[in-house]
Design a protein around this ligand. Sequence first.
Ligand code: NCD
Ligand code: ZN
Length: 336
Amino acid sequence: MDLTLDTPLDMHLHLRQGEMLDLVAPFSAAQFAGGAVMPNLVQPVDSLERVRAYRAAIAAACGTAAFVPYMTLFFRDYDRRELAEAKDEIIGVKLYPAGITTQSEAGVRDFDRIGATVALLEELDIPLLVHGETGGFVMEREQEFLAVYRWLAETFPRLRLVMEHITTAAAIDFLERFDRVAATVTLHHLLITLDDVAGGLLRPDLFCKPIAKTPRDRDALRRAVLSGHPRLMFGSDSAPHPRHKKECLGCAAGVFSAPVALPALAELFVEAGCPEHLPAFVSANARRFYRIEPPAGTVCLEPVAWLVPERYGEVTPFLAGKTIGWRVKAAHSARF
Ligand code: NCD
Ligand code: ZN
């Protein structure tokens, strides 16, 4: 039986610029009604002018596909006027600790100094999206960062806070204790552990930030997502890098999952026996938390197996060479 999804959304997406944008955007536009676009370009998206220019470039790359780019601003010190002006054109402000991941050098160096801008976000009701990792031991970074999340949640009780791409059982426990906080979960963190990345021959295509964790962590994520947790939203964190940046000394972090996102999620939820929880994870939870209503439309998936190509252009996709039991139906709706 087919699976029909209303307005699926990808709430954490890297679309890049230039040729890479042209290559990758159509994959998201073919599956999703919209997505939260990350601002970590070479020149960060840190002004309304840059938001507008980037949105126009994304629209051009999507062609005729109806895909809503929900734009984000790169966190820096903003004043009230800047944020008030940007509010209606962004879905949130994305905070990166400086240097923690790809193109985050302009991020936050001193968390003692972010309070004034965060207070404005709370006051203006603009969500704060956070890459939650410290500079500590790589397997403990997310857990260590929970202290910052706790400070944010307690100091700014009305702030809409999103823990991006959570990977640990500890983050799931945290979410249970702070009921205004939401989180995104990627596809790859639901499927792989550190063993897949580095337990055998090293797999640069699976290397990303945050690094995949232990089986116990993955199982905690799966349990929470598959049980239909109301504050967990799908965010692919699809982050393409050309092969020469992955298969080299100093492999760039990022998994390119956009081409396989919805089919692999359908397979996961169906195999777990709970396809009824997929619509909340890929759409309803995000629509409620962000208070967005994408233009109506559905995407239909059918249980037809396909082989994931080894490459799309210069990029190796997640699950390359594997067979997925579901695919997006070619002619599936009035709008896509
Ligand atoms: C992302 C990228 O390449 O932009 N990389 C990644 O490993 N996830 C940045 C990020 O979200 O950390
Ligand atoms: Zn990301």
